[in-house]
Design a protein around this ligand. Sequence first.
Ligand code: GUN
Ligand code: ZN
Length: 445
Amino acid sequence: FKQVEIALRGAYIDFKDNPFRNDPSGCLVHESDAIIWIRDGKVLQVGPASDLLPQLPEGIPVTHYRDSVILPGFIDSHVHYPQTPIIGAYGEQLLEWLNNYTFVAEQAFADKDVAREVARFYLRENLRNGVTSATVYCTVFPQSVDALFEEAQPYGMRLMAGKIMMDRNAPAALTDTAQSGYDQSKQLIERWHGKDRFEYVITPRFAPTSTPEQLEAAGALAREYPDTLIQSHISENKNEIAWVNQLFPQHKGYADVYRHFGLLRERAIYGHGIHLTEEELHLFSETGAAIAHCPTSNLFLGSGLFNIRTALDAKRPVHVGLATDLGAGTSFSLLQTLNEAYKVAQLNGVPLSATHAFYQATRGTAEALGLQDRIGRIAAGMEADFAVLDLQSTPLIRFRMKYADSIEEALFINMTLGDDRAIRATWVNGACVYDREQDAQQEVR
Ligand code: GUN
Ligand code: ZN
């Protein structure tokens, strides 16, 4: 067995503390010329090039990125890969959008070849955007989960995904039953959970499309497999909330439905949570459940403005992950997602600094998913997943950068103006899986 050693050289950032809880100026680590020394897919050591260069073993390949900053790979904590073909579908809010676009598109995934083709494009697009890890909704069809994991296998990505459970209020072609949803999910757990860097996510779509019997079955699975993740949606849209109150009149509210069925716990992550009450946020805080903040989606569907500061409030902190929520979300780029998160925070009265924003897109999201010991940082022992951010990727950014005089300002300019073009390269598990220059050459040929 031969150990694979490799190194990156360049500027990098990392977060040694949570800027929402500590003085932000002490949280951001920035080294302008560093070595990241990788062995077998993990960071062995990271530090100033002046210290580490002399220690590197002879002959080790060193990839040097100039005019860039190496970041921990971005993590997308809530995304629907089968909705890639319907991004930018006009005109509707959540419930109409689901019926008119989503439930039509998802039916095609009964065909595994369709699922494979979309999964392949979806994964490449993630890598083009520096997204190295994601928590993914598939469809009700188990083969749509197999297709995604099989396509991801060659990249060595840390990927979390699950089959949607949905046994009412959807087209017959898209529904399972409490029993078949349970059985199929269990089979997928046995097949994929813990294989490579994959984990299974128990995925009841949301309370309105599951009977109490199905939510009960999802809760039973979660107890049988306590180290799996759970994902669903909550309090995204006012009509959705009214519908849940009608369907579950015996419960105290939306969060209480999930609590009742044992679906609020550590490693459970709920999309949106825009309209959660203070009492419900307490429930999230006590149980350790997390919220996935999806700003581009919330603006696109007109769902509302999620208040990240309220959610993170230290008096009863709730974990928050950042997410695209494609295809209601409108960009694969976590930079563009931060751009919109900033504007949403502005409208809520407190802006989001670059330090807060980049923390939330990396280490903060890893914590929301219970993955903080593996991903989300560039530090010894962490898995070697990186996004290499080119700070000068467009004429406008290059021009604007002449007037920038700190790393915080450079990062803020890039989260406001940057997109997929700003990702110079993406590394997964200690290997380069995307290189912008090579991709450009392939297009020319
Ligand atoms: N709520 C239930 N399903 C969905 C979905 O696919 N997208 C969004 N944005 N919200 C949902
Ligand atoms: Zn969603």
